[in-house]
Design a protein around this ligand. Structure first.
Ligand SMILES: Nc1ncnc2c1ncn2[C@@H]1O[C@H](COP(=O)(O)OP(=O)(O)OP(=O)(O)O)[C@@H](O)[C@H]1O
Ligand SMILES: [Mg+2]
Length: 349
C-alpha cells in the first residue's frame, strides 16, 4: 500500500551498470541516459573534478590526456564494482541527471548484474545503489535481461540462447520457460581484448600503447573472421627500448591474431553452456540459434566466427549495446510479473 503511494511520486529506474557503459531507463519513458562508466578525480583528494560533474562523457574525453595530478577512473572492472565511493558518486550523478534534477522521491532501482557475481560483490551493488539514492534495489541477471531485450521468446517452452559480450564480462545463457537452464558468466570481454592487443604490440613491435589506443584499433580494424578486404592502421606509442614516441602500421590479420585468446575463451564458455543442455533443448537451438548482444557483438565477423565454430545459426541483435537496458526496463515495467526472478537486499545473498 505504502509502496503504491510512494510509487505515485517517484519514477522507477532500470540500471545497466556496465564496466564500460552505464544506461539508465525510466519506466514509461525508455532509455534516458547512456554514458561511459568513468569519473575524473583529483589524485590527492579523490574528489571528482568540475564540482562533481566530471562523470561519464565529460570524464571520458579526459581519458589518457590528463596531467599527473588528475586521474580518470573506472569504478567497475570485470563487471563488478572495484571503487565503491566513486561508483556511488557516479550513480548519484546519473540518477540526478536521469530524473532531470526534478524534485522526486527516491526511486526503486532494478540493476542488471553478471551471473558470476559473488555475494560480496552483490552486496556492493546493493549498497552503492542505495547510497546513491535508491529507495529499494532489485537485481536481475544480465543474461536474462539481454534475452528479453533482444526480444527472444524466453517464456515459451523452447530453448533460446543469448551471448552478451560486454567490456568486462561475457554472459552466455540458454533460457526456456522464463528460467535459465544453462549458463556461463566469464570475466572476459572488450577489456581483455584490449590488453591482448597491447601485449601483441609490445611483443611484435616493441611498442607500448595505451588501452584507449588498443580499443580504437580493435573497433576500427579488429575482426574475428577473415575480412573480404583486410585493413591496415597506423598506431602511435612509445618504443619500449628508447622510450621515444613512434608509429607502427598494423594489419587487421595481426589484430585478429592478437584477439585469438580472448575469443577462444568466449567460444569455450558457449561450448560449456551447450554441454549442459539436454538433447531436446540443444535440438531447439539448431533452428533458433544464438543471439549476440553487448558492444562485443559489434566486432567484425564475430557472428560468422561463432557460427562456424559451434554449427549454430548466430545473429547480432539490433542495437546490441542497449539490449540489457531494454530488457531490464521491460522487467521493471512488468514488475509484478518478473518480481519472482529478482533478488532484493532482503533476500539472503
Ligand atoms: N563498433 C564496435 N566494435 C567493436 N567493439 C565495440 C564497438 N562499440 C563498442 N564496442 C565495445 O563494446 C564494449 C562495451 O560494451 P557494453 O557497453 O555492452 O559493455 P558493458 O555493459 O559496459 O560491460 P559489462 O556488461 O561487461 O560490464 C567495449 O569494450 C567497447 O570497446
Ligand atoms: Mg553489459
Amino acid at each position: 500500500m505504502l509502496e503504491r503511494f510512494l510509487g505515485c511520486f517517484s519514477s522507477d529506474l532500470a540500471l545497466d551498470l556496465g564496466t564500460a557503459n552505464t544506461l539508465l531507463s525510466v519506466a514509461g519513458e525508455g532509455i534516458v541516459l547512456d554514458e561511459p562508466s568513468v569519473v575524473a578525480v583529483e589524485g590527492q583528494t579523490n574528489r571528482i573534478l568540475s564540482g562533481g560533474c566530471a562523470v561519464g562523457h565529460l570524464a571520458r574525453q579526459m581519458l589518457g590526456r590528463t596531467p599527473k595530478s588528475i586521474s580518470v577512473v573506472r569504478p567497475l572492472s570485470d563487471g563488478v564494482i572495484t571503487d565503491f565511493e566513486l561508483c556511488e558518486a557516479m550513480l548519484r550523478y546519473f540518477f540526478h541527471k536521469a530524473q532531470r534534477g526534478g524534485l522526486r522521491l527516491k526511486p526503486r532501482v532494478l540493476v542488471a548484474v553478471p551471473g558470476c557475481i559473488t555475494p560480496v560483490e552483490k552486496r556492493a551493488v546493493f549498497n552503492s545503489t542505495h547510497r546513491a539514492g535508491a529507495r529499494q534495489v532489485f537485481l536481475q541477471t544480465e543474461a536474462k535481461a539481454a534475452a528479453i531485450g533482444a526480444g527472444l521468446p524466453i517464456a515459451e517452452p523452447v530453448a533460446s540462447m543469448v551471448c552478451d559480450i560486454g567490456g568486462g564480462t561475457t554472459e552466455v545463457a540458454v533460457i526456456s520457460m522464463a528460467d535459465v537452464v544453462a549458463s556461463r558468466s566469464i570475466r572476459a570481454g572488450g577489456d581483455k581484448m584490449d590488453r591482448a592487443i597491447v601485449d601483441y604490440l609490445r611483443r611484435h613491435y616493441s611498442l607500448r600503447i595505451g588501452l584507449s589506443a588498443a580499443e580504437r584499433l580493435r573497433i576500427d580494424t579488429g575482426s574475428a573472421y577473415p575480412l573480404e578486404e583486410e585493413l591496415v592502421q597506423e598506431v602511435s606509442g612509445l618504443d619500449t627500448q628508447s622510450g621515444l614516441p613512434r608509429k607502427a602500421t598494423v594489419t587487421s590479420e595481426e589484430v585478429r591474431q592478437a584477439l585469438g585468446d580472448p575469443l577462444e575463451k568466449i567460444l569455450e564458455a558457449i561450448k560449456e553452456t551447450l554441454d549442459h543442455c539436454s538433447p531436446d533443448l540443444a535440438a531447439d537451438l539448431v533452428d533458433s540459434g544464438m543471439v549476440l548482444c553487448g558492444g562485443g557483438a559489434l566486432l567484425r565477423g564475430i557472428d560468422r566466427y561463432l557460427a562456424e565454430q559451434t554449427g549454430l545459426p548466430v545473429r547480432v541483435t539490433a542495437e546490441p549495446l542497449a539490449a540489457v537496458a531494454r530488457g531490464t526496463l521491460i522487467c521493471l515495467e512488468h514488475f509484478d510479473r518478473w518480481r519472482p526472478t529478482f533478488q532484493s537486499s532482503d533476500d539472503d545473498v
